[in-house]
Design a protein around this ligand. Structure first.
Ligand SMILES: C[S@@+](CC[C@H](N)C(=O)[O-])C[C@H]1O[C@@H](n2cnc3c(N)ncnc32)[C@H](O)[C@@H]1O
Length: 262
């Protein structure tokens, strides 16, 4: 499988510029989860993107492997966020070593669109983890869309200058209820006369109880499942903040322990 073409993930420098995390909030939050639950040192960052979270975990003393499907992301990570080993792997089925924890941040897990892909991801995590190993994930919350349409009502417009060219985007989100997917259509236009480019992405809409059930079916005990505080909540997580006990807002945070190894 190859990653669908996407201006942001095809250009990792641009991705980091558009979604800055100068204080490494996501990496620090993940490390805090790992520490709170006594994870061992070996960590796999699945869907590691630019490598900034993997490098943060490496920097605090962990032995980290970052894995992604995008060769552009992996090449960027090796140069700009050295320390971890970076490998090409697919969330939908991977075997890249043995670890004490798998982390999967910023909705990377939701690129598992179908139940079969989710099962394959969790089967791979189970094979990859040592007994008692942790899965730490942070993602959109499907339940947020029950009764709320604020993110769906109006297309959002954005613009930025990249390598001397002004890029404008119009983004429309729709809910595909049958597939349980949040679908995004983004139209890019530039002021250099090129044709508009239309890009499609989608994320699985996972609900808290569904996730709980899936994890249990794959041998995991859920230790935390909540809507924040986390690295992408408002207000964002700060050092020392404890996990909440609701799952209503737009981000989900999950920590689960593998109690029944494969
Ligand atoms: C939103 S980015 C998140 C990157 C990083 N985890 C972060 O928090 O900055 C999602 C990443 O998932 C990767 N990805 C998408 N589908 C994938 C798949 N099937 N297997 C592995 N990685 C995938 C993309 O290439 C991208 O780097």
């Amino acid at each position: 499988m190859t990653v669908p073409r996407n201006l942001l993930t095809d250009n990792p420098e641009l991705y980091e510029a558009r979604f800055p995390d100068p204080d490494r909030l996501a990496g620090r939050w993940a490390e805090e989860c790992l520490r709170r639950h006594g994870a061992g040192p070996r960590v796999l960052d699945m869907g590691c993107g630019t490598g900034r979270d993997a490098a943060h975990l490496h920097g605090v003393g962990r032995t980290v492997t970052g894995a992604d499907l995008s060769e552009a992301m992996l090449a960027h990570a090796r140069v700009h966020h050295p320390g971890p080993e970076y490998v090409h792997a697919d969330l939908h089925g991977f075997d890249v070593g043995r670890f004490d924890a798998v982390v999967c941040l910023d909705s990377a897990l939701l690129y598992c669109h179908t139940n079969a892909q989710l099962d394959a991801f969790l089967t791979s995590c189970r094979r990859a983890l040592s007994p008692g190993g942790l899965l730490v994930a942070e993602m959109r919350n499907g339940a947020y869309f029950l009764g709320r349409t604020d993110l769906l009502d109006t297309p959002t417009a954005n613009s930025f200058t990249w390598q001397g060219t002004v890029h404008r985007s119009t983004t429309t989100l729709t809910v595909d209820r049958t597939a349980q997917l949040l679908r995004r259509t983004r139209v890019w236009t530039t002021d250099d006369g090129s044709e508009p480019v239309v890009q499609h992405s989608a994320w699985r809409l996972l609900f808290p109880q569904e996730l709980w059930h899936l994890l249990a079916a794959h041998g995991f005990e859920v230790l935390e499942l909540h809507d924040g505080p986390g690295p992408r909540t408002e207000p964002p997580w700060q050092d020392g903040d404890l996990p909440g006990d609701t799952a209503d807002a737009d981000r989900l945070h999950v920590v689960a322990r593998l109690n029944s190894p494969a």
